[in-house]
Write a protein that binds this ligand. Structure first.
Ligand code: AQP
Length: 339
């Protein structure tokens, strides 16, 4: 079992990152550890430069993201925790796979279409080739399980296509180089939506702070954001299917269900008929209770720059070592001569 996933240090991680991905990093880390497998979690700082960014902010966010992941339960003793910039093999493998990836495949990526909008010509090349770097990230470690939110499913499918084509084009049938990675998407909470707009996902780069719950928000901020979350004026129904046309209500009930580990139907069995004046404070309390220990641990860790850098340095050294055989084999398969 090889678990590999990454998160961009582009801001404070939010509830969507937590329920969609980080909870599963911890779950799979423990499973892999128990089975003698391996888990790699990296900060996707090379991905972060695909959009305009402030270098000083990127450095600060990278350290804060390490502190947050550790506060959430990612354990550097069980997981190889590092940032891409310290493992050049990621960028090297991306280039080597760029000969295999196809323009048409990348053109179809919905994240590219969403982020580029109408101004494709004005976007960085990195934003367009982002999914090839993502393929390199997971193929480099022969990932079997990739815990991601639903928005990343298409990129994972592309990574499989690239791996498959490379294996077909450059490897013997009985000795494929790359393992085809499987996405590990949570059955619930795979896509947490903005608190201001139930049709767009909760995102670090949304200009409105009120659109997301950051994992480091304090209790008052959490309650304020939940109370101000957009909803309709109807009471909660008693069955999940009645939420289908009520995006904002569905999102809040889905968050509650994921946090307490119940199905949406079970939550509605308890709260159906309630208005948001009663449901929102109940949700706020559950969120505060879930995030309080993460907040406390984050506060202990966040200012110890030396310790955070040491975690990344140790992880990167290990990652470089484990990445090497696959990187070497890729050069060789392509017929590239290296001294
Ligand atoms: N709203 C979400 N619901 C469920 N899962 C989510 N993820 C992100 N948003 C949601 C999952 O979190 C992991 C890390 O994501 P990322 O930071 O690398 O990139 P992203 O998907 O682009 O996240 P953001 O917050 O929207 O960042 P920005 O605004 O910088 O682009 C991934 O597994 C993702 O699926």
């Amino acid at each position: 079992m090889r678990v590999v996933s990454g998160i961009q240090p582009t801001g404070k991680p939010h509830l969507g990152n937590y329920l969609g991905a980080i909870v599963n990093y911890v779950k799979l880390q423990d499973e892999a550890h128990a089975q003698g497998g391996q888990c790699f979690i990296f900060l996707a700082d090379l991905h972060a430069i695909s959009m305009p960014h402030s270098p000083a902010e990127l450095t600060k966010n990278t350290r804060e993201m390490v502190a947050t992941l550790v506060a959430c339960g990612v354990d550097p003793a069980k997981t190889v925790l590092f940032n891409q910039a310290q493992v050049p093999a990621h960028a090297e493998l991306q280039w080597l796979l760029s000969g295999t990836a196809r323009m048409g495949w990348l053109n179809r990526m919905t994240q590219w279409k969403d982020k580029a909008g109408k101004n494709r010509e004005g976007q960085s090349i990195a934003l367009f080739t982002y999914p090839v770097l993502q393929a390199a990230d997971v193929l480099l470690y022969q990932a079997t399980h990739v815990p991601v939110g639903e928005d990343q499913k298409q990129h994972l499918e592309l990574a499989r296509d690239i791996a498959q084509k490379f294996n077909n084009d450059f490897c013997d049938e009985d000795a494929p180089l790359f393992t085809l990675p499987d996405p590990y998407i949570p059955p619930a909470a795979a896509r947490i939506m903005s608190l201001r707009d139930g049709s767009s996902k909760m995102s670090k780069s949304d200009p409105s702070e009120m659109s997301r719950i950051s994992l480091t928000d304090d209790a008052d901020t959490i309650m304020k954001k939940i109370k101000k979350a957009k909803t309709d004026s109807e009471p909660l129904p008693s069955e999940a299917k009645e939420l289908d046309e009520r995006a904002e209500a569905k999102n809040l009930v889905g968050i509650y269900a994921a946090l307490v580990g119940k199905s949406v139907d079970d939550v509605l069995a308890d709260h159906g008929g309630q208005g948001f004046g009663a449901f929102k404070p109940a949700l706020g309390e559950v969120l505060i209770e879930t995030l309080a220990p993460i907040n406390a641990r984050f506060a202990e860790l966040k200012d110890d720059q030396e310790a955070l850098d040491a975690i990344l340095a140790r992880g990167a050294a290990r990652a470089r070592e484990i990445a090497l055989p696959t990187l070497d084999a890729t050069y060789k398969a392509l017929g590239l001569v290296r001294g």
